[in-house]
Design a protein around this ligand. Structure first.
Ligand SMILES: Cc1cc2nc3c(=O)[nH]c(=O)nc-3n(C[C@H](O)[C@H](O)[C@H](O)COP(=O)(O)OP(=O)(O)OC[C@H]3O[C@@H](n4cnc5c(N)ncnc54)[C@H](O)[C@@H]3O)c2cc1C
Length: 453
């Protein structure tokens, strides 16, 4: 049996951050990864010499830890801002942001954002379930809440668009408490929805995956791929044994850095591993996204003064952004299909899927949208070791039931630590949350270790 100080389960950004931190503080670590690659919800794909982000990509100034990590790893930032007018395809009509015909009432949307900021300020990100109205807010869907509280149809429409764009699920599925928690955790509605000055301000040159690609080689022991962890138990000598089909590793501590769905399938026991081991897992996500990259020889939409950004109220594509900045003249549109739109799209045969998407792009940008260099489709809903895209969306009622114990995997004193973006009260669901959770897990484990030593 292999032996090490700490086993880290999962070679996503959280697991690799934890492993690097443990190693920097003198601990022997071993990362076990189920997939045949590292990176988890970050992944790179090269087209015409450019690395595209198939998964997580964008970052903003509030994301201090992931940006500090990028700086240490010598990964520069590329601003994403694309000049020009955005398009809105709402209620059957396409309008330009500068056309003088407002896509929706600025006042109604502004009031909605203010109301959401106000309501989310009352949610403690460390314990959303401790909110005085937790049970009620966690039972209501965002669509229910909007129907009851918002009188202006544009505010209701915007609430629906916001949920799809930010959480890749439908307003008819998402708990209102989760939305408020997510806004609070992520720096507020204004930051989360903005490009310049917001969470989508920059991307990492070479892709967010480069963070993982550069962390892994710095580890003394390279991550072991195709190594699915199915059980963590305590042996007769009191050591932890992390095991799966055909392997077992003995260790003093373990960090489980996998999303809640796969984490729930790791059997932990028998008793003796401590209460941290019985961390409640979140139910399977109902959301999920398909991310598309449609690549052209140049950003031809700029000729018409367009930024490449589109918001639409019906599928298949509901959100398009321009990812061409800093790509040597290549034109790259990124389209997000979320929630039920993603499910409906994925159910179609491939030729139909592509025709539908290019049909939408032609409607917005003209016939040149049909002349693609590449069409890259990434369906995160079908990834076996993720189950949560962009992040896990807890079932309604989960936060209220968890009460103050939602982030209970964090207290010191346990031999198993939980990491991963869904374990972070700050920037839950983001690359930043992944890095923070990895650092937290490693540091609290080291503190416990020192306390006991
Ligand atoms: C399409 C998409 C777009 C996104 N956009 C952004 C964005 O623009 N900005 C942003 O900040 N965030 C974004 N995100 C979210 C961001 O990518 C994630 O928050 C982050 O990558 C999660 O990292 P993690 O380490 O917590 O989890 P993961 O990356 O999921 O890593 C977990 C790892 O554990 C492995 N694993 C699972 N089960 C087991 C097991 N039993 N044994 C061993 N290994 C196991 C998995 O294979 C995986 O490698 C996006 C995500 C997606 C999918």
């Amino acid at each position: 049996m292999t032996e090490t100080d700490v086993v880290v389960v999962g070679a996503g950004l959280a697991g690799l951050t934890a492993a690097a931190e443990l190693q920097a503080r003198g601990r022997k670590q071993l990362v076990l990864e189920a997939d045949d690659r590292i990176g988890g919800r970050t992944a790179g794909h090269r087209v015409a010499g450019q690395l595209l982000d198939l998964g997580g990509a964008y970052t903003g100034d509030l994301h201090t830890e992931v940006r500090a990590l990028a700086a240490r790893l010598d990964i520069p930032m590329q601003p994403t801002e694309a000049p020009g007018s955005a398009l809105f395809d709402l209620r059957g009509r396409v309008t330009r942001a500068d056309s003088g015909i407002a896509a929706y009432s600025a006042l109604a949307v502004g009031n909605l954002l203010e109301l959401l900021e106000e309501l989310s300020a009352d949610v403690d990100p460390e314990a959303p379930g401790a909110h005085p109205n937790a049970a009620e807010l966690d039972r209501l869907t965002v669509a229910d809440w909007a129907g009851q509280q918002l009188t202006h149809p544009d505010a209701r429409l915007f609430a629906d668009l916001l949920v799809g764009e930010m959480l890749a699920t439908d307003a008819t599925e998402l708990s209102m408490l989760h939305l408020l928690f997510y806004l609070r955790s992520g720096g507020g509605a204004h930051f989360l929805t903005a490009f310049s000055g917001g969470a989508q301000q920059d991307r990492f040159v070479g892709g967010a995956h480069a963070l993982c690609d550069r962390l892994a080689p710095s580890l003394a022991e390279p991550p072991r791929l195709r190594t699915l962890v199915t059980q963590i138990r305590t042996d007769l000598r009191g050591h932890l044994v992390v095991q799966g089909p055909g392997f077992a590793v003995e260790c003093a501590h373990a960090v489980i850095a996998v999303p809640p769905g796969p984490a729930a399938r790791i059997a932990i026991g028998p008793a003796g591993t401590g209460p941290g081991a019985s961390r409640p897992s979140r139910s399977r996500s109902r959301g999920g996204a398909v991310k598309l990259h449609i690549v052209y020889d140049r950003p031809f939409w700029a000729d018409a003064g367009l930024s490449g950004w589109v918001t639409a109220d019906r599928g298949p594509v509901r959100y398009v952004t321009d990812d061409s900045a800093g790509r040597d003249g290549l034109g790259v549109l990124v389209a997000f299909l979320t929630g039920s739109c993603a499910a409906a799209y994925a159910a179609q045969p491939p030729a139909r899927r592509r025709a539908d998407v290019l049909g939408s792009l032609s409607r917005w940008f003209g016939a040149a949208a049909e002349r693609t260099l590449a069409y890259v489709e990434t369906d995160w809903r079908s990834q076996p070791f993720v189950e949560g895209c962009y992040a896990a969306v807890p079932q309604r009622g989960w936060w209220a039931e968890a009460g103050t114990t939602a982030f209970a995997g964090r207290p010191a004193g346990e031999r198993i630590r939980w990491a991963g973006t869904e374990q972070s009260p700050a920037f839950y669901g983001h690359l930043e949350g992944a890095v923070r959770s990895g650092l937290d897990a490693a540091r609290s484990l080291l503190d416990t270790d020192q306390g006991q030593g």
